[in-house]
Design a protein around this ligand. Sequence first.
Ligand code: FES
Ligand code: FES
Length: 241
Amino acid sequence: MSECCGPVGAGEGAASAFGPRETSGVTSRGTFSVDMWVNGRTVRAEVPATRTLLEFLREDLGLTGTKEGCGKGECGACTVLVDGKPVNSCLMLAYQADGKRVVTIEGLERDGSLHPIQEAFVTEGAVQCGFCTPGMIMSAKALLDANLSPTKDEIRQAISGNLCRCTGYAKIIRAIEVAAARLRGPERGDDPGTTGTGAGAGAGARARAGAGAGSAGSAGSDGTGAGALGGVGDFAGPDAR
Ligand code: FES
Ligand code: FES
């Protein structure tokens, strides 16, 4: 468990929302002061240099919807969005997220309602054990934010960094097609996922920042079920959808 502080401020808006801080970068204690937005809320903390973003999110902020699988950048269970791009949070150090906007699975719901991608995973039966689901949904979110009419190949590419041991992927791909159709709206949503040539976010956009950070211990697999789709908490913000 980190000795760093937890979130000390909450709010939304420009960088100035963080306000002045006593330290910048490395502190006299060899830690880093970081300011970031997490699911639309400002977070200020002091983190050890080796603390991964995954550890920071799960252990310091209690956002356990993000899962740790392999801990070394191979499974995608830890995928979150950093400035809109899918990132393996087990490979990114927390201090590298300083000044960035982070969205986790908990940041997708609105007023107690699931995001359309989350809904589609449920309705299409794309969740089995659920361990891969948060990361899979975050990769899908990055794709659909850039391209609401992805082809099957674009969907496959976007989730190619996310491993699922249960579903065989067909229902996951279908769920993303259905979510895309719902997000496009009724005018264009009658033929989910069968057309479209947008650029897409793609797994190629997945950041590998901080490779070599490794995993400093398991964050635990503290449940799937509701956790697979993220909790309904107060960390939601305008950047999340
Ligand atoms: S936990 Fe497997 S890629 Fe991060
Ligand atoms: S649903 Fe079990 S690993 Fe994907």
